[in-house]
Design a protein around this ligand. Sequence first.
Ligand SMILES: [Fe+2]
Length: 263
Amino acid sequence: MPPNQVTFVQISDTHISGRPDYGLNHAPHSANAGAAALVHAVNNLPFKPDFVLHTGDVAYDPDASAYQTAREILGRLEYPIYYLAGNHDYGDALQRVLLNRTETIAPFHYTFELNNFQFICLDTNGPAEPPRGNVIPEQLEWLDQLCSAEDDRPLVIAMHHNPLPIGSPWLDDYMCITNGDAVHAIICKAQRRLRGVFFGHVHQSITYYRDGVLYAASPSSWVQFKAWPGLDETVKDDNAELGFNVITLSEDQTFIRRWGFRV
Ligand SMILES: [Fe+2]
């Protein structure tokens, strides 16, 4: 690993199921076949990423059998993998099966460090009408402490849900975090050292930028959706490429490369 540099892969919304054929009603391939192709693509990149970050909805059905299947498929990744829980996940089973934990935490949140970069993984599964997200007061306080800290390390924040409205009603009113403005206000406290906020949930590659903060989402390995100003319903994007993000952080720059693959 070059000094002061980290390259990681963001994957998202694998929706792995205990049923091998799950998802064929929405895509030409099952969710499990998409996840397997994703693993193959990441393992065959022409370089070695430092780790993989899964921004949630690992499983479609929140039951233990789905996580056994997820362990079989995602366990073939040749790199360390960090998980977030999405609205379709069961955080307890995710931690027990994928992380081999006998004791689990709720909310499922943590930080880690690599090469002097700090990573914050936030749980956005507070009380809200699904599939919307919410960040509970204790999580806001935890995030505030981290973002307000005297800390010079470059910072990355990861979460499952899309945090801010963008003028596309199906994302803003149906999918978004209900208290995203509060989350954003806290995140802004770390703006000078923040290298990006990475999320999933929206099943498409979108980017937005507010108050000097970069927000970017990864596609899904299963089915993709569309978004445009004014769109008020969920519309599949059958022509969108399956993909993931390759993110390179340096001392002064964030470089995001969208990487496509086929099943
Ligand atoms: Fe989701």
